[in-house]
Design a protein around this ligand. Structure first.
Ligand SMILES: Cc1cc2nc3c(=O)[nH]c(=O)nc-3n(C[C@H](O)[C@H](O)[C@H](O)COP(=O)(O)O)c2cc1C
Length: 193
């Protein structure tokens, strides 16, 4: 399975980036493609630049993925604009009916708002399929930082293993669905709203 892990914080040295890297190391044998939006891999969408090489490169990385993991920090109760920008550039051609695991990140006890926001705002035209399972990395600055795992470290490690296993199962099961959907969507290029 080819997995694209997106770190959706546009801040350098973010906790989302740290968690995205750890997910890759611990759960994907470092074989996932890591797209850190803090590196500004995409220009801000303004209706131009469709043939830019950087845009084409990100679209190709999204297209190559069988599954996605979106690591999204909660900022003022919202998802950062960088991840919304990603969904302006990448749509159904790259993402339709691919499974995606949402990972909310919070320095405190938040994170649920961004799960809710992503579930309601980013799938309509892209048809990205968010798993009903998601993860919340709370008190993130103290998560997975010590040699001796805390209770929270262990709980989230086990829960992440469970969720990643499910993501792989969905990716296998959905491959023919994606093929059928792209072949038959015809004029229905956008979801209904
Ligand atoms: C502009 C801004 C707004 C934030 N708002 C929230 C928030 O609403 N809820 C929350 O739990 N954490 C909030 N935080 C703290 C983040 O959870 C914290 O920075 C965490 O490390 C995840 O963000 P990062 O991936 O950019 O590091 C905010 C952080 C920033 C920079």
């Amino acid at each position: 399975m080819k997995t694209l892990i997106i770190s959706a914080s546009q801040r350098a040295d973010s906790q989302s980036s740290r968690i995205a890297g750890l997910l890759n190391t611990r759960y994907f044998n470092n074989s996932a493609d890591l797209l850190d939006l803090a590196a500004k891999p995409l220009p801000e969408w303004d209706g131009t630049g469709f043939d830019r090489d950087d845009v084409k490169a990100v679209k190709a990385r999204a297209l190559a993925a069988d599954a996605l993991v979106l690591v999204v920090p909660e900022w003022n109760g919202m998802a950062p604009s960088a991840v919304k920008n990603f969904f302006l550039w990448c749509g159904a051609a790259e993402l339709a009916h691919k499974p995606a695991l949402l990972v909310g990140v919070s320095a405190g006890t938040g994170g649920a708002y961004v799960i809710n926001e992503m579930r309601t705002s980013s799938y309509k035209n892209s048809r990205l399929l968010y798993l009903p399972e998601h993860l919340l990395m709370r008190d993130v600055e103290n998560l997975w930082v010590n040699d001796t795992p805390t209770k929270s470290d262990t709980y989230l490690s086990e829960r992440t293993r469970y969720a990643v296993n499910l993501l792989e199962a969905y990716a296998k099961a959905l491959a023919p669905v994606r093929k059928q959907a792209l072949e038959t969507m015809g004029a229905f290029t956008n979801g209904m709203s």
